[in-house]
Design a protein around this ligand. Structure first.
Ligand SMILES: [Zn+2]
Length: 262
């Protein structure tokens, strides 16, 4: 059934990161960062691992024992089940959303843009890598172009039962790199992922401040990693990995950042 507007509301109790703001260091190059870093390091005459793009980089290893706080943030997710395009970008498989789905963080409204996959996971929980991670990327459309703001929801998958949401699109993904196919709105349903287990999503996130995990690694991302570990079949994970390869960035140092949960 094609769902109309699906609304899931949930509240998140979390604290703002207490660490002080660091000056933003972002790369404005999109070429191989290793070359840039290595030339910088040579000119400086020393090697400082991890400082290539700043002090608030992603992904990270999340220690699940990190403490919670007293501050309250309200997160509300409103999604239309309107994915209208699937792209094989070579380095990832991406589903593009039509306008109309939003997530609010307190009073700030972010707009759903796309979701894409990493195999294996980029974020680790207590040092454990999962076979797959999905990122739902939301942007603040009112932010100036040179100061973008993102909110990304990370969904971790373990091997298990076939996932209905992935089944919606797996056979529709174009096999050729840089190809895309349009899909009828309502064919791919986020409700197939979230609709079945709203209670597990409610108030169960790790939250921290980080960056994009692909160039230009911009440090303007509010990360929310769902504590609930979703399932997908080994065949589904293998099929996505066959298309996008191993595309997880290695974990980055925290540099004093806090991860909060509730
Ligand atoms: Zn990603």
């Amino acid at each position: 059934m094609i769902s109309a507007r699906t609304i899931i509301s949930f509240f998140l109790l979390a604290i703002l990161l207490s660490c002080k703001q660091t000056d933003k260091i972002t790369s404005n190059t999109s070429h191989d960062s290793t070359q840039t870093d290595s030339s910088k390091q040579h000119s400086l005459g020393y090697i400082m691992p991890g400082l290539d793009h700043g002090f608030e980089q992603s992904p990270i290893n999340i220690n699940s024992n990190d403490s919670s706080s007293n501050n309250t943030h309200k997160i509300t997710l409103y999604f239309n089940d309107k994915v209208n395009k699937i792209e094989n970008l070579g380095h990832t498989v991406q589903l593009d959303f039509q306008a109309g789905s939003t997530i609010t963080y307190d009073d700030t409204v972010f707009t759903f843009k796309q979701c894409h996959f990493h195999t294996p996971s980029e974020h680790l929980i207590d040092g454990i890598t999962f076979p797959m991670e999905m990122h739902i990327v939301n942007v603040l459309t009112t932010a100036p172009k040179d100061k973008p703001q993102y909110l990304v929801i990370g969904i971790l998958f373990k091997e298990g039962k076939e996932n209905a949401f992935i089944k919606d699109f797996l056979n529709l993904i174009p096999k050729e790199t840089d190809a895309n196919v349009k899909v009828k709105a309502g064919t791919i349903k986020l409700s197939d992922l979230f609709g079945t287990i709203p209670k597990e999503l409610k108030n169960h996130y790790f939250n921290y401040k980080g960056s994009l995990t692909t160039p230009p690694y911009t440090e303007a991302v509010r990360w929310f990693i769902a504590k609930h570990i979703f399932e997908a079949s080994a065949e589904q994970i293998k099929a996505l990995n066959a298309l996008e390869g191993n595309n997880a960035r290695h974990v980055q140092a925290l540099y004093g950042r806090s991860v909060v949960s509730n």
